[in-house]
Design a protein. Structure first.
Length: 342
């Protein structure tokens, strides 16, 4: 601003002197001043941009400093160990109790087993604790009581890097970035070859999506991947999981936007892809596809029933209970009986 002010004074002062001695006309002075003012505009804009950049840097530093002081969700113990290789994917939940708030238990003395290579579906009404179980296996939270074991090791005694490398946890809302489809996929495995990328796309039924995009997998997906639909974003997240090649895959409602036939096809492709090294698959949400080794029904934080699909259907149990409870809340037990009779 000082340069601009001094420059303006110099131009008007010297120009006025030139007019006074008759070398320059008043019109020439005005034209010269106008041209110089237009040269000053970019300089003024550059100074403004620089000052905003400096302010943004200061703000970013303050926010980074503040976030570095926040307590971590879980702490890594000094005696933490690496998972032995190869990881089998055996999960054991023993006498587990957990609550987000004091006095409001979400899980109560839960006991579950997931054998290596097994495919377990966790079902239940909303709020029964399905997602919480998946988060505790991935150690996004620590248990209040009891323990979660992977291959016989308490997850609290495993290094976070080792745990999160061998376990893949997918949420309902897939996290995508404003980069190309290929770059988003490579987050699962930065060193993946073209063959591996094509295979991951084939397994998750992304081929049609790639063909539809203007530049194929080199097409930017926009902020939060808004160039894709919800189901397509979930397929991208699944493709990243395929590239990561985990030993334990946790799907927390992460196929909710897929229709039942597509979901069934994707799970069949996953089973075929991981046939050489069995993948332990733990999934929460509605039951819309077959092929699950075990189905576990949760109700208010406890296991209500578990078994194979046909066994639970024959018992008339948990696969129908959510709808039954909803009807009871609306009509009452007596009203529900009257509706059945009618």
């Amino acid at each position: 601003m000082t340069i601009i002010a001094l420059g303006t004074i110099a131009i008007l002062g010297y120009g006025s002197y030139q007019v006074f001695i008759g070398v320059l006309t008043v019109g020439g002075l005005v034209a010269s001043y106008s041209y110089m003012a237009r040269l000053f505009d970019p300089l003024n804009a550059a100074v403004e941009i620089y000052s905003r950049f400096e302010a943004a840097q200061r703000k970013a530093f303050r926010e980074s400093w503040r976030s570095s002081k926040w307590p971590r969700g879980v702490e890594e113990r000094n005696e933490a160990v690496y998972l032995p290789s190869p990881v089998r994917g055996h999960v054991k939940i023993e006498d587990l109790s957990f609550s987000y708030r004091t006095g409001q238990p979400v899980l109560q003395k839960l006991n579950l087993k997931l054998e290596a290579g097994e495919k377990v579906a966790l079902v239940g009404i909303s709020g029964s604790g399905k997602s919480t179980v998946a988060k505790l296996i991935a150690r996004l939270y620590d248990t209040n009581r009891g323990a979660v074991y992977i291959d016989g090791i308490d997850v609290r005694n495993i290094r976070l890097e080792s745990l999160r490398t061998r376990i893949c946890y997918l949420m309902q809302d897939a996290v995508l970035f404003d980069r190309t489809l290929k770059e988003n996929l490579l987050l699962g495995k930065p060193s993946a070859t073209h063959k591996e990328l094509h295979r991951a796309i084939e397994i998750t039924d992304l081929g049609e999506v790639v063909r539809r995009l203007p530049n194929g997998w080199d097409t930017p997906l926009g902020p939060r991947g808004n160039a894709l639909s919800g189901g397509e974003r979930q397929r991208v997240a699944l493709a990243r999981a395929v590239l990561q090649y985990p030993s334990l895959l946790l799907l927390d409602e992460s196929t909710s936007a897929l229709d039942a036939p597509s979901e069934q096809r994707v799970f069949e492709n996953l089973a075929e892809h991981f046939r050489i090294r069995p993948l332990s698959l733990f999934r929460t949400g509605s039951l819309r596809s077959n092929g699950w080794t075990t189905i576990v029904a949760l109700n208010r934080g406890v296991v209500e029933e578990q078994g194979k699909h046909d066994q639970l259907i024959r018992r008339g149990g948990p696969l129908h209970l959510p709808a039954q409870r909803t009807a009871e809340r609306i009509h009452g037990p007596a009203g529900l009986s009257r509706r059945k009779n009618s």
